[in-house]
Ligand binder design. Structure first.
Ligand SMILES: [Cu+2]
Length: 198
């Protein structure tokens, strides 16, 4: 029984490998169709690529499509530059900020710092996220920030031991990515409706 299962697993693996690895040489057995080849390379059927470029550029492109598809869009208020500045903040905080996390009673304390444009991004985004989490009582967490000359000091805590583990497991960037308010905020920003509290 065990050997049959092994043989089946090897066969499945072989099929998967044959589908994924596309060599320009003649392979015995089935060649992937042209359509399958295109799907593997992220193209549409007519050969047009689907990848927009950088992730931030793609996020803006998606918003532009949403605004253009909505006949009620007020183009006199549209502000894609506000969205672009926010996406720069997101990039700075995600990729460039230094985050030193230490466990404290009930959660974590994170010293988030940077230089130049990164400081501005940290001071825009981290207090806003802490405020959002606190206001919506996300997972019952408490979150607060204190300004530092080159960033902020973030504290996230909970009275529930399971949530304390959750917070410590998530760490700084997991906390920043918690909740799903960014998508709605991005659209509101682009429509000129969202005024940042900072
Ligand atoms: Cu965002």
């Amino acid at each position: 029984m065990k050997s049959i299962l092994m043989a089946a697993a090897v066969a499945v693996l072989a099929i998967c490998t044959a589908t994924v690895v596309v060599r320009p040489v003649t392979v015995y057995g089935q060649q992937p169709s042209e359509h399958q080849m295109m799907q593997m390379h992220g193209q549409t059927a007519d050969g047009t690529p689907t990848m927009p470029g950088q992730d931030a550029f793609g996020a803006i492109q998606e918003i532009v499509r949403i605004l253009e598809a909505d006949p009620k869009t007020d183009w006199s208020k549209v502000n894609l530059e506000a969205l672009r500045q926010h996406l720069i903040d997101m990039s700075e905080v995600t990729l460039k900020a230094d985050a030193v996390t230490k466990p404290i009673d009930g959660g974590i304390e994170v010293t988030v710092t940077g230089t130049g444009r990164t400081v501005e991004a940290i001071q825009h985004m981290v207090p806003a996220q802490a405020h959002q989490v606190d206001q919506t009582h996300l997972n019952g967490w408490s979150a607060k920030t204190e300004p530092l000359p080159n960033g902020v000091l973030l504290t996230v805590t909970s009275g529930d031991p399971q949530q304390v583990q959750h917070i410590r497991g998530l760490g700084f960037i997991g906390f920043m990515a918690s909740g799903s308010h960014h998508q709605a905020h991005h659209l509101a920003m682009a429509k000129g409706e969202f005024v940042h509290s900072n």
